[in-house]
Design a protein. Structure first.
Length: 229
């Protein structure tokens, strides 16, 4: 079984979508389109009446909803929980039960994430996005972060969720990235063309149980989101 990303001409290059119940890394520089990729992946599931969990390190839930709306992706009435690891930085009083007050407190992190999983587990929970996981390493030492991430990925797979996890290019040290790669089932890389810097590129570095090209493909972001050209 494959899990469609909703990205035009991309799924055709990976046998119809990500492998079901897999964890896929999405790596690229800031501003390349990783969050848009996540939004499109989540929206594709919501359109199919799948529930989703979206863990946000770099934006508020309202920001994501506005961004989705810009592409015509209306999610009101859909089953989605945003776990907010960003808004605490504003210093405002936080009342939402899925907002994490202290990202360095992995116990709180675990409680909030598994509360979201338990709430949606009988509501066709199929997808999870973590954007951007590399921010977690700002708050806690790499060894602790990797142990936490390993446990989280294992839990998501055990309950048959397909996950998309973003990391910023050149933010984490190569050893940490290598460990993250070993914990996941595939990696998709986004980058700019080194000659024509306005041109965005995408490549599937690896993906389990999938025949895919290893070459860079051009992509753009238009009125309907990301499209591989």
């Amino acid at each position: 079984m494959r899990v469609e990303t909703g990205i035009k001409n991309f799924d055709d290059n990976i046998e119809g979508g990500f492998p079901e119940h897999s964890a896929i890394l999405l790596k690229g520089p800031i501003g390349i389109g990783k969050t848009t990729f996540c939004n499109q992946f989540i929206y594709q599931g919501l359109k199919q009446n799948e529930a989703s969990i979206y863990i946000l390190f770099n934006a508020r839930a309202d920001d994501i909803k506005k961004s989705m709306k810009r592409f015509g992706w209306e999610i009101e009435g859909k089953i989605i929980i945003f776990v907010d690891v960003y808004s605490w930085q504003s210093g405002e009083l936080i009342t939402d039960k899925y907002t994490i007050i202290n990202p360095a407190d992995l116990n709180e992190f675990n409680i909030k994430i598994f509360k979201a999983i338990n709430e949606l587990q009988d509501k066709n929970l199929k997808r999870c996005c973590i954007d951007a996981l590399s921010t977690l390493f700002v708050y806690i030492p790499p060894d602790l972060a990797l142990k936490f991430v390993s446990s989280l990925f294992a839990k998501l797979k055990a309950i048959k969720i397909t996950s998309l996890i973003t990391i910023e290019k050149d933010v984490l040290d190569p050893k940490t990235v290598a460990v993250l790669e070993s914990l996941t089932d595939g990696m998709v890389e986004l980058n700019y063309d080194p000659i024509k810097m306005t041109q965005r590129l995408i490549r599937v570095d690896r993906m389990k149980d999938t025949k895919h090209p290893l070459t860079w493909m051009k992509f753009g972001i238009g009125d309907n989101g990301i499209m591989v050209v």
